[in-house]
Design a protein around this ligand. Structure first.
Ligand SMILES: NC(=O)c1ccc[n+]([C@@H]2O[C@H](COP(=O)([O-])OP(=O)(O)OC[C@H]3O[C@@H](n4cnc5c(N)ncnc54)[C@H](O)[C@@H]3O)[C@@H](O)[C@H]2O)c1
Length: 253
C-alpha cells in the first residue's frame, strides 16, 4: 500500500520547481493530485507528467491572491476527487532584489506580501473547512531559511516568509484538536528557476550560492518534496506547528 493511496493532495504553485516535484512525489505515492497554478501551460504540464507516469492529477488555474480562485480550487478538488486530505501551500515569489530595504518599492512590498502571506492564508482559509468535514488533514506551508534568518537584498521576501511561519503556528494551535496538523518547510537554496532569477538579481553565479550550505551543493527539488511528504504523512502524526529546515546545514552554523 502506497503512503497516500486513497488520499487527495492539493499543491499550489505546482507548475514548476519545488511545487511540481512535490506534486509528482504525491502522485508516485498514490495520491490523487490537484494542482493550482497561475500559469496554465505549466500547471497542465505537471498534470501530463503525472498521467504519463500512471498517476492521477488535475489542474485548475488559480492565482492564490484571489480569494474566489482559491475557493474554486478547493471546490474543484472536492468535485473531482470527493475530499481533501493534504495540501502543500507552495506558491510564492521572490520579488525584487535591491541593495537594502530603503531601495525597495511599495509595489514590491505589496506584491510579495500578497502572494506569499495572503496567498498562504487564503489557501488555509478554504482548505481547512473542507478537511474538517472529513475529520482532519495535514497542511504544509512553504516558508524558507529566509523565514528564520534575515537575508540582505530580499528583506521583504524574508519578512513574508517569517509571516508564513507565524500563520503556520497559529493555524496549528487553532486546529490541533480537530485533527488538522499544520507545518512548514524552510528550504535553503534549491536549484529552481527562482534561484536562477535571484542569482541574476544578486549578480552572482548560481553555483556560488552553494557555499551557504555546509553540505557543499545546492539543494534539489526532490529533497524538499520528501520533507513535505513526510510532514503530510501519518508518520508525522505528532508533529504540528513545526517548521522544518531543509537547508544542507545552512542554519546550523
Ligand atoms: N528555490 C529555492 O531556493 C527556495 C528556497 C526557499 C523557499 N522557496 C519557496 O519555494 C516555493 C516554490 O519556489 P520555487 O523555487 O519552486 O520557484 P518557482 O518560481 O519555480 O515556482 C513557483 C511557482 O509558483 C507559481 N506562482 C507564483 N505566484 C503565484 C500565484 N500568485 N498564484 C499561483 N501560483 C503562483 C509560479 O507560476 C510557479 O509555478 C516558493 O514559495 C519559494 O518562496 C524556494
Amino acid at each position: 500500500m502506497k503512503e497516500f493511496e486513497g488520499k487527495v493532495a492539493l499543491v499550489t504553485g505546482g507548475g514548476s520547481g519545488i511545487g511540481r516535484a512535490t506534486a509528482l512525489a504525491f502522485a508516485r505515492e498514490g495520491a490523487q493530485v490537484v494542482i493550482g497554478n497561475r500559469n496554465v501551460e505549466r500547471g497542465e504540464k505537471t498534470v501530463s507528467i503525472i498521467r504519463e507516469a500512471g498517476g492521477t492529477a488535475s489542474f485548475q488555474r488559480t492565482d492564490v491572491l484571489v480569494a474566489a480562485e482559491v475557493e474554486a480550487l478547493v471546490e474543484h478538488a472536492v468535485k473531482t476527487c470527493g475530499r481533501l486530505d493534504v495540501a502543500f501551500n507552495n506558491a510564492g515569489i521572490e520579488g525584487d532584489v535591491k541593495p537594502t530595504l530603503i531601495d525597495q518599492t511599495e509595489a514590491n512590498f505589496d506584491t510579495v506580501m500578497n502572494v506569499n502571506v495572503k496567498g498562504v492564508w487564503l489557501s488555509m482559509k478554504y482548505e481547512i473547512p473542507q478537511m474538517l468535514k472529513t475529520g482532519g488533514g495535514a497542511i504544509v506551508n512553504c516558508s524558507s531559511v529566509a523565514g528564520v534568518i534575515g537575508v540582505p537584498g530580499i528583506g521583504i521576501y524574508s519578512a513574508s516568509k517569517h509571516a508564513v511561519i507565524g500563520l503556520t503556528k497559529a493555524a496549528a494551535l487553532e486546529f490541533s484538536e480537530q485533527g488538522i496538523r499544520v507545518n512548514a518547510v524552510n528550504p535553503a537554496v534549491i536549484d529552481t528557476e527562482m534561484v536562477d532569477r535571484l542569482a541574476d538579481g544578486m549578480n552572482v553565479k548560481k553555483d556560488d550560492l552553494a557555499t551557504f550550505h555546509p553540505i557543499g551543493r545546492l539543494g534539489r527539488v526532490e529533497e524538499v518534496a520528501e520533507a513535505v511528504l513526510w510532514l503530510c504523512s501519518d508518520k508525522a502524526s505528532f508533529v504540528t506547528g513545526h517548521s522544518m529546515m531543509v537547508d544542507g546545514g545552512f542554519t546550523a552554523r
